[in-house]
Write a protein that binds this ligand. Structure first.
Ligand SMILES: Nc1ncnc2c1ncn2[C@@H]1O[C@H](COP(=O)(O)OP(=O)(O)O)[C@@H](O)[C@H]1O
Ligand SMILES: [Mg+2]
Length: 155
């Protein structure tokens, strides 16, 4: 049985990059399908820069791809950011933000196999499993924010 990161949707604590000029800050506006791949590629680059091993970098790239795909397919576009934090530990944050229709039932959206578009429905639950911390909040009609963190464990 895989232990899932706790879901914290009520009082979501947003992390912020150290500075907007941080060379480790990745910000990809997602308004077309091609941006999904770009978000994934750039998140992977950041993960490698930060010293994540290949498997962790692959998990981060996959999570970024799923979040960016949701921005495009469900959120009417948005922004996928990836950045490093150092407090409370060194970690990589993925933040997906949109101003789309929002999600009516978060628990349902996080259920394996649930999709409103007939696709696989494993994007959000997959991101939750791939990363160490997972937060989601959404207001119906106003959009959605998903934040997922992977902590860097130095070998
Ligand atoms: N950014 C978003 N805006 C609105 N709804 C979303 C968003 N992300 C996910 N959802 C909803 O959650 C459901 C589950 O998402 P996901 O697990 O990624 O599966 P899939 O994308 O294959 O449908 C989606 O079908 C959609 O209804
Ligand atoms: Mg999806």
């Amino acid at each position: 049985m895989i232990a899932l990161p706790a879901l914290r949707s009520v009082s979501m604590c947003f992390y912020a990059p150290v500075s907007v000029e941080d060379p480790h800050l990745v910000k990809v506006p997602v308004s077309s399908e091609i941006h999904i791949m770009e978000a994934s590629r750039r998140a992977r680059w950041l993960a490698e820069e930060m010293g994540f091993n290949r498997i962790a970098a692959y998990h981060i790239a996959t999570a970024a791809s799923e979040l960016a795909a949701n921005l495009f397919f469900h959120g009417r576009g948005g922004t996928l950011s990836a950045f490093m934090i150092q407090d409370p530990a060194v970690g990589l944050v993925l933040l997906a933000e949109d101003q789309g229709p929002g999600i009516a039932d978060l628990a349902l959206a996080l259920t394996d196999g649930y999709s409103t578009t007939g696709s696989l429905g494993c994007g959000l639950p997959g991101v939750r499993r791939l990363m160490d911390q997972f937060d989601i909040c959404s207001e119906l009609g106003a959009g959605c924010q998903v934040q997922a963190v992977k902590w860097l464990i130095r070998q």
